[in-house]
Design a protein around this ligand. Sequence first.
Ligand code: FAD
Length: 323
Amino acid sequence: MAKKVLVIGEVKDGVLRNVSFEAIAAGKTVANGGEVVGVLLGENVSGLTDELIQYGADRVIVVDHADLSSYTTDAYQQALLQVFDVENPEGVILGHTSIGKDVSPRLAMKLNAGLISDAVSIELDGEDAVFTRPIYSGKAFEKKKVKEGVVFATIRPNNIEALEPDSARKVDITNLTVDIKDLRTTIKDVVRKATGGVDLSEANVVVAGGRGVKSKEGFGPLQELADLLGGAVGASRGACDADYCDYGLQIGQTGKVVTPDLYFAIGISGAIQHLAGMSNSKVIVAINKDPEAPIFEIADYGIVGDLFEIVPILTEELKNVLV
Ligand code: FAD
């Protein structure tokens, strides 16, 4: 049976995150020929509707409200529940991002829906959407489906391919007025840490450094390599604990989960907790002076040697090819 599926677009710094487009593709599978409705929440976000449409939304609902200018759990939950009241969706898809992880269990509970979180792929089994999700820190995968009620899921960024954008698509856009009240928290100001331009959790290339990088300055050549490849710098907890970089860059069980096309593990031993955040990367390149380092067990390409010699050579060689 065809389903109506709501896909919640996620806006960061005035731009739709890629995972929103991936969620539309996921929504198409769940909808099984039904309608995929993009939902945009925020303040002055109506300029972003075109992108949702190009990437496949069959209809878009815009909820513009001053209290939605920055994410707060209360405001988003109230707004989305009012959207659900109007739309009665049979499926809801969000990105498995900080926002998706925070708001989805609350919404699923209110809808009495089964929530499948952190899906990395979706396929149809008859009429049911079957979600694959990692378990045991990525060591195994399980397949799950919602047997009855609303199919509610979050998808891991960078795993489900977005559809090809089609700029010729034209669909209905509706503005929905919501009533937001009794907020327990309001955002007065957002102070951002100065970080590089590319979002680590959505980057196609991640250049990650570990304790072997030895200092803050040691991350300079890694940043140069990342910039050359249009990627983002990440880190192990070892490097963060040693204060070589900010905890916002930590990848792993207690940090970010990344699935780039290309992951460099530089001066990282490959502890199980680190692997939990990066082992599903498509191609892994490890640089380590210890040939016995566990990271080589999961690396597609391994370079044994001193990272302070290898990284600059690699960057120069890549410059010759790319620039
Ligand atoms: P090390 O293990 O010290 O490895 C440094 C590596 O650098 C070594 O392999 C060494 O051979 C190499 N090296 C040194 N010098 C050079 C050089 N000049 N050239 C090339 N290679 C060199 N860790 C995470 O990363 N993410 C997490 O989310 C995380 N969560 C955790 C949660 C819990 C509950 C616990 C208990 C631990 C967690 N950890 C996490 C920590 C994890 O167990 C490891 O301690 C950590 O990943 C080690 O970081 P590292 O590989 O940078 O450091």
